[in-house]
Design a protein around this ligand. Structure first.
Ligand SMILES: NC(=O)c1ccc[n+]([C@@H]2O[C@H](COP(=O)([O-])OP(=O)(O)OC[C@H]3O[C@@H](n4cnc5c(N)ncnc54)[C@H](OP(=O)(O)O)[C@@H]3O)[C@@H](O)[C@H]2O)c1
Length: 270
């Protein structure tokens, strides 16, 4: 039986991955049980495993602007990449791209992060690629086991008559359970390389918030569009985070389903 090590086991994606792997031989240590910067502990944990999925990350995007070195130590997982080599599946992000233009980003498009988090995640890709690991870039995640935009909008619908939401950033809302299934399929297919693990289709944060309101039976017109300048943040956000999915065919897999269909299925759990 394949032995799976899921690092960052307390996180949103990792929790759903463990669920998808129900019945498999899985270890999913939280940060307290396995710090991915601890070389000795990492070597021991990786030695046990046939597959390592690295869900551990510094995900506080704005804080990374002022703590880039600390974020880099976690997001460029040297010890894991060295110990796991080809066994590693590493999660990365749309933020490795600049967000310019309107076309979806192919897997081999030139990178160009516009913030510190993106730079640290790109450094992670480089160290993983150096050791022949596989990279799955994802974006706009939501799920039952962590704070996220979808749950925030559901809360705001109850407390606010009108909410204003950014309408000039484009991306692909992605359910962690869908991504977890895709990662397991990828590993089972024996495929390696760089893959884009986001839902099909695309929308804006405004479009996503409107869909949340619809699911709640609320009037989507209560969600008003604004530009990014209405919500200044320490870290610049890419305007175009839409990822292309051409890489899956080479692995004999279909891209992930449309974001709206996934959100409707996820809804009862969120
Ligand atoms: N969420 C998104 O929208 C999004 C978008 C693009 C890419 N991604 C990527 O997708 C992956 C999963 O994201 P997620 O949303 O599931 O993240 P998450 O919920 O923030 O989980 C990350 C986990 O990593 C743990 N961690 C942090 N430093 C660690 C260390 N040194 N050793 C071991 N564990 C450590 C955290 O523990 P503590 O909480 O105790 O610190 C947390 O449980 C990450 O690689 C992320 O960069 C996420």
């Amino acid at each position: 039986m394949t032995r799976w090590l899921v690092t960052g086991g307390g996180g949103m994606l990792a929790t759903d991955l463990v669920r998808v792997l129900d019945g498999a031989d899985v270890r999913a240590p939280s940060r307290a049980d396995l710090d991915i910067t601890d070389e000795t502990a990492v070597a021991e944990a990786v030695n046990w495993a046939d597959v390592v999925v690295n869900c551990a990350a510094w995900t506080a995007v704005d804080d990374a602007e002022t703590h880039e070195d600390a974020a880099l130590r976690i997001n460029a997982p040297r010890a894991l990449a060295e110990a796991a080599g080809r066994k590693l599946v590493h999660l990365s992000t749309d933020y490795v791209f600049s967000g310019e233009g309107r076309e979806p980003w192919p897997e081999d498009a030139p990178t160009g992060p516009v913030n510190a988090y993106g730079r640290t995640k790109l450094a992670g890709e480089e160290v993983v690629a150096d050791h022949h690991g596989t990279i799955v870039r994802t974006a706009w995640l939501y799920g039952a086991h962590g704070p996220n935009f979808v749950r925030t909008m559901a809360r705001l619908e109850r407390s606010h008559e009108v909410v204003t939401v950014v309408a000039d950033q484009h991306g692909q809302p992605t359910w962690t359970l869908d991504l977890a299934r895709q990662i397991v399929d990828l590993v089972n297919a024996g495929a390696q390389g760089v893959f884009h693990g986001t839902s099909s289709g695309a929308t804006t944060w405004h479009g996503l918030a409107q869909e949340v309101f619809r699911l709640l039976g609320a009037d989507p017109e209560r969600v008003r569009p604004v530009g990014s300048e209405a919500y200044p943040r320490p870290a610049t956000r890419p305007k175009n985070s839409v990822l292309a999915h051409g890489g899956w065919a080479a692995a004999g897999l279909k891209p992930m389903r449309d974001w709206r269909e996934a959100l409707h299925d996820a809804w009862p759990e969120l």
